[in-house]
Design a protein around this ligand. Structure first.
Ligand code: SF4
Ligand code: SF4
Length: 310
């Protein structure tokens, strides 16, 4: 059986800003800690002070939640980042209005849209609105209890221009969730045969390569036990249950800075290092190697950090 023995990242720093854990949805497979309703007023002057501390480093800011777009200062913060020319990535479950996405769309370089068939009311215009200005990746949650609807959305998504579509298997007990799902043999087979789909023209793909080289620069490689190497797809590792790195040597502390809803800093989303308020943060705190204490690595950003089996 093929399994990973090493992951090598380009060591580009990512600031993962969990701006709120409030969410408009209540997906049954969602880990409880992702929708606990934590949301606070943010001192916008402190945003600039924090970003100044990182000024000597190359980094991107990824907004996540909960549903990050519902934080009342989300647009204000995006405008600060835009003014400073910092590349941004943002999650959204598409629950805001088309009008909101018209305003937010161009402020984000890379949208990561998640579609949850149990919650989402189909609205194609929102996806068009994001895709016309930014590189938009749609993660379709293949909920086994809403399989037919998920398949219907899969077909509809393939007709929308300028997006990348990734099908996501809902994981039982994902990150402490008590949800357990079962897939039929045919459904399992779908995951083995459904590739990521790009609905861009060749010309658009060439332009993406040029304008989004910084995203490509964030790609990690995985080395397998048979000595072969591939570009790492975190979702693939999670789908196949190959995301356990307990006892491995991991460098997430140098690569992933998490800002919590209270504006505290953690290194890695897995919470192995707490550094206190962002007001006291210095880049000297970015730590070296840790030995992974967790049974599973649940976040794509964490999975992409360099690590190797010892
Ligand atoms: S949209 Fe995301 S954060 Fe919100 S409940 Fe669903 S899985 Fe959780
Ligand atoms: S769970 Fe944390 S320490 Fe373990 S491999 Fe993932 S990022 Fe590294």
């Amino acid at each position: 059986m093929k399994f990973p023995i090493k992951i090598v990242s380009p060591k580009k720093l990512k600031v993962l800003w969990q701006i709120t854990t409030a969410c408009t949805y209540t997906c049954s497979y969602c880990p409880k800690e992702l929708h606990t309703g934590r949301s606070h007023d943010i001192n916008l002057d402190e945003v600039d002070v924090f970003l100044d501390k990182l000024a000597g480093k190359e980094f991107t800011v990824n907004f996540t939640g909960g549903e990050p777009t519902i934080h009342p200062q989300y647009l204000d913060i995006l405008k600060i980042l835009k003014r400073r020319n910092i590349k941004t990535i943002s999650d959204t479950n598409l629950s805001r209005t088309v009008r909101f996405y018209e305003e937010a769309g161009p402020l984000v370089d890379n949208w990561c849209v998640s579609i949850h068939p149990s919650m989402f009311e189909w609205n194609e215009e929102k996806i068009h609105t994001l895709a016309k200005n930014s590189y938009t990746v749609v993660y379709l949650m293949m909920d086994p209890r809403h399989w037919d609807l998920a398949m219907e959305y899969w077909e509809r998504l393939k007709k929308i221009p300028r997006i990348k579509i990734i099908v996501v298997k809902c994981l039982s007990n994902w990150s402490g969730s008590d949800w357990v799902g079962k897939y039929t043999k045919e459904q399992q087979e779908f995951f083995n045969t459904a590739p990521s789909i790009y609905t861009f023209t060749n010309e658009e793909i060439e332009s993406l390569k040029e304008n989004y080289a910084w995203l490509q620069d964030q790609a990690s490689n995985v080395t397998w036990n048979d000595g072969t190497t591939d570009m790492l797809e975190p979702d693939q590792l999670m789908r196949e249950g190959l995301h356990s790195f307990k006892g491995w040597s991991c460098e997430v502390g140098e690569e992933v800075v998490v800002v919590t809803p209270e504006c505290d800093i953690n290194l890695g989303t897995c919470g192995t290092r707490h550094m206190g308020s962002w007001n006291n943060f210095t880049t000297e705190m970015l730590s070296n190697t840790i030995i992974c204490p967790r049974d599973y690595c649940h976040c794509g950003v964490d999975i992409k950090a360099s690590k190797y089996k010892i």
